[in-house]
Design a protein around this ligand. Structure first.
Ligand SMILES: [Mn+2]
Length: 377
């Protein structure tokens, strides 16, 4: 087994007796919405036992998501590592086997996602003996759009609650619709009949008063390194990091924004880690490339090592760096600083040094030599 099996329609999966829909850890609106829409489809179109779950160290704490779940009646459950899925497992807005999703076994797996194929999935496909189907379109603004298309194909009638959830998923993943590029995303936004009152309430419940104070004090700690702005935030829900990074990238002359926090994992026995969000606004620094670089530094022999997981899109990405592995790497590589901020700046310099910066359609500048050369041969 070494490649993803292709998916034509959801009807291919309706024969299962047990269906588990799996959202990523620290769920966001898009994964919840996508999972909810599939939950409603499989519940109404099959006799299967359907569950909508997510894993990770902590239950959903963001106010907008709690409100979304309550007002739209979303039956999502938080489960622990020893959860066992029989039958079909559907991972939404994430990829089975990746670092940001619960690792559970099932008889068959379906991946519906709009992120680049992860390293873990690529490696897993080569070794795992399990049918894994995948519908992955990384050009889509949200996973909700992908699910919407699948449901349209089945002529499935969406309830107002499901429609509102999908709409909000796209809204949150595209920076309030400002990053809509794909026709499919625009079409979904225009076609969905939503509950406007609920949507307005949810979109205006993004923060608690305490969280706003965390955000406010975080910005006081803003640091600039070259064209990168970064902030160490107090321990908070990782979804908050993205929200802060979205604001940070708006600062003039900042082309890369990184907001991170050290998660101590208070409740469950999961390792301490650094969580970070990356935003970029220049064509040549892809957020997912930089986020991935941060979890895979080189050792003294030049070999890439793995300190965690990362993923995302060109302008928005994130990752998680294992605290102990990071400290061990610092010790082994004789990095006396052992601080994430120094590591971040060093990694940024290295990243740029190895990049060719595109100045325009006609010229490029080689960062290593500093020379501008014409692209036109
Ligand atoms: Mn998404």
């Amino acid at each position: 087994m070494n490649e993803l099996l292709s998916v034509n329609s959801l009807a291919e999966f309706t024969h299962h007796k047990n269906i588990t829909i799996l959202c990523h850890n620290f769920p966001d609106a898009d994964t919840i919405a996508s999972g909810y829409a599939l939950y409603s489809y499989f519940t109404l179109r099959t006799n299967a036992k359907v569950k909508l779950i997510y894993g990770g160290i902590s239950p959903i704490s963001k106010t907008n998501l709690q409100l979304m779940i309550k007002l739209l009646h979303i039956p999502i459950e938080h489960v622990t590592q020893d959860y066992n899925a029989q039958g079909l497992l559907v991972s939404v807005d994430c990829q089975y086997l990746s670092g940001n999703v619960l690792d559970i076994t099932a008889d068959e797996v379906l991946i519906i996602d709009h992120h680049r194929i992860s390293r873990e999935l690529k490696e897993g496909l080569a070794s795992i003996d399990l049918p894994i189907y995948g519908l992955i379109k990384d050009n889509y603004g949200s996973c909700a759009t992908l699910v919407y298309e699948l449901l349209q194909k089945e002529h499935f009638n969406l309830s107002k609650y499901v429609s509102t959830a999908l709409y909000y998923g796209l809204f949150m993943d595209t920076n309030e619709f400002s990053e809509l590029r794909e026709r499919a995303d625009i079409q979904m936004r225009d076609e969905l009949a939503i509950d406007d009152a609920i949507f307005t309430l949810i979109r205006n419940s993004n923060l608690t008063k305490e969280e706003l104070i965390i955000v406010g004090s975080a910005f006081k700690e803003l640091k600039i390194h070259e064209t990168m702005a970064y902030i160490e935030a107090q321990e908070c829900d990782p979804n908050m990091l993205g929200l802060m990074a979205d604001i940070l990238i708006m600062v003039e002359n900042v082309s890369v924004a990184v907001v991170y926090t050290c998660l101590q994992s208070p409740s469950l026995s999961v390792d301490k880690c650094y969580k970070y969000s990356v935003r970029t606004c220049v064509r040549n620094i892809a957020a997912h490339d930089f986020a991935e670089k941060l979890v895979s530094p080189k050792d003294t022999n030049g070999k890439l090592i793995n300190l965690g997981y990362a993923g995302g899109h060109r302008s928005k990405a994130g990752g998680s760096l294992d605290y102990q592995s990071f400290n061990l790497w610092c010790t082994n590589e004789l990095k006396p600083y052992r601080s994430f901020s120094n590591y971040l700046c060093e990694s940024f310099d290295e990243f740029l040094a190895n990049k060719v910066i595109d100045l325009s359609d006609d010229f490029i500048i080689d960062k290593a030599t500093g020379k501008v050369k014409s692209k036109i041969k």
